[in-house]
Ligand binder design. Structure first.
Ligand code: NAP
Ligand code: MG
Length: 482
């Protein structure tokens, strides 16, 4: 599927600022690791506050140019980016798979949803309306939705292209300019995206990427006095740090954080579908998905047969190098592998039953077995904390009321799935579960149109859809005496 020509990567990657590659001011690089081999993939620029400064100055210039275009002209350029993403789909998917280890088919899906973000929000760029407010008869009062200026975006490594596309498309459609810092573990596809944007006609400086470490480039970005809004996706711990920086500068912030999402299977579910969906919920992207369904609540009457069948299915999961298109690739890093193995150890010590998996798979790369725990109590650490690996905790329940209470007994509230053939029960449970998105009889169908975000510690604000577009605007009220 992928041509040799599309499989080249550079010896080292610089920043992408003002529409071109820029070497880091301090000429420092860090090593980007290949998760399949555990060896060096390439070198990536280690950005400093000077690089962030340069990117922001250029973004301020870019913002002026971008704002001067009429909304439909901006929208056409953004939609052109979608076209260019599709033209480069194999190369982008290859880079994403190489960098993250994930199966090619998943990368291809993510490239398509990235294109959809630019297409959908590009089409909305000239449909951001204000209101006319009927306040007094002798005044005309109306509102404008204006961009903030330069938006700082920080993303994690688990879905770099899709997350960048999601946030950047909305920021640009609303008329802002962007400085983005990808995660140090994986960000090559984001650099390629920035180059694609220029080819599509985006003026230089409107979308800049500065690579680097969180506590260096990331920290400089969130504390920069010219940043007018921050969007962050990542862990709760870093999210708090970001919110404090935003508080100091009084800038709005959207945070998309972690989850420990309940996946609820009732005895009246279509079990074939529920098993298929439950598998995807904890294995997709090796479980490195913020919305992963890792607390699997199964009604006690079907628990035994459900677990037997789930294990049968897990045995058939092909694991390997993402480029060979298996069902599951490795974890992202040695640190992540260590973290997941530690949680498996904790689960065993807490008294849960390890039904399947639990071991590292090879000495090369960061492969791990899909892991199933039963006899889990909702109060155990493995049921409370986000593991971010292919580990599922199966928890039995008897009644609908009980499972709703258990599902809500979590500090997170990102997503939930409910499996039942009873339409009344499906909607009833969906309404009572505290989560930003609830799926009935599916797990996370791909879409760009619907808002996405967390209840409780899973985040503040929404990404995706028109809801997200408006968060990149501020409202101005104009009142005229007539
Ligand atoms: P993380 O440590 O919070 O890192 C996320 C990003 O923040 C990275 O780019 C990181 O840079 C940067 N960063 C770290 N410290 C920083 C600082 N002091 N100042 C500014 N930036 C800083 O998260 P992670 O462990 O890599 O990613 C996994 C987590 O993200 C999980 O908890 C997962 O649930 C969450 N997540 C949530 C969503 C969602 O949509 N809700 C989506 C994906 C992932 P470095 O990489 O250089 O450290
Ligand atoms: Mg990598």
């Amino acid at each position: 599927m992928i041509e040799m020509e599309e499989m080249k990567i550079l010896e080292k990657y610089s920043h992408f600022i003002d529409g071109t590659w820029k070497t880091p001011k301090q000429n420092k690089y860090f090593t980007n690791m290949n998760p399949v081999t555990g060896e060096k993939l390439t070198f990536v620029a280690r950005g400093s506050s000077e690089d962030i400064d340069l990117a922001i100055k250029n973004a301020e210039k870019g913002f002026e140019t971008w704002c001067a275009l009429k909304p439909s002209a901006r929208g056409q350029i953004i939609m052109k980016i979608a076209e260019r993403i599709r033209e480069n789909q194999h190369r982008l998917a290859f880079l994403e798979t190489l960098d993250t280890g994930r199966p090619l088919f998943l990368s291809m899906q993510m490239v398509e949803s990235s294109a959809r973000f630019f297409e959908y929000l590009g089409g909305a760029a000239d449909k951001i309306f204000g209101d006319v407010i009927p306040a007094h008869n002798d005044y005309l009062t109306y509102t404008l939705r204006e961009p903030y200026g330069v938006v700082g975006i920080i993303i994690p490594w688990n879905a770099p292209l899709q997350t960048a596309s999601r946030d950047v498309s909305a920021a640009l459609a609303a008329g802002n300019a962007v400085v983005l810092k990808p995660a140090e573990q994986a960000g090559l596809s984001v650099l390629e995206l920035a180059a694609i944007c220029i080819e599509a006609g985006l003026p230089p400086g409107v979308f800049n990427v500065v690579n680097g470490l969180g506590n260096e480039a990331g920290n400089a970005l969130i504390h920069h006095p010219s940043i007018q809004k921050i969007t962050f996706t990542g862990s709760v711990q870093t999210g708090k740090h970001i919110m404090k920086a935003a508080a100091e500068q009084i800038v709005p912030v959207t945070v998309e954080l972690g989850g420990k999402s309940p996946n609820i299977v009732f005895e009246d579910a279509n079990l074939t579908e529920a098993i298929k969906g439950s598998l995807k919920a904890f294995l997709a992207n090796s479980g490195q998905v913020c919305a992963a369904g890792t607390r699997l609540f199964v009604q006690r009457s079907i628990q035994e047969s459900f677990v037997t069948e789930l294990i049968e299915q897990v045995k058939g999961v092909k694991i390997g190098n993402g480029l060979t298109n298996p069902m599951m690739g490795p974890l992202i890093s040695d640190k992540q592998l260590e973290r997941v193995l530690q949680y498996i150890d904790i689960g065993k010590k807490e008294g849960a039953t390890l039904e399947y998996g639990g071991k590292r798979l090879s000495q090369d790369g960061y492969f791990i077995e899909p892991t199933i725990f039963t006899n889990v109590d909702n109060s155990m650490k493995i049921a409370r904390e986000e593991i971010f690996g292919p580990v599922v905790s199966i928890i039995p329940f008897d009644t609908e009321e009980e499972v709703i209470a258990l599902a809500n007994e979590s500090e997170f509230g990102l997503s939930a799935s409910v499996w039942t053939e009873n339409i009344h029960r499906g909607h009833r449970v969906a309404k009572k579960v505290l989560a930003g998105q609830v799926y009935i009889n599916d797990f996370m169908p791909i879409d760009v149109e619907a808002p996405f975000g967390g209840y409780k510690k899973s985040g503040i604000g929404r990404e995706k859809g028109l809801e997200s577009l408006l968060t990149y605007t501020q409202v101005k009220t104009i009142t005229t005496k007539m």
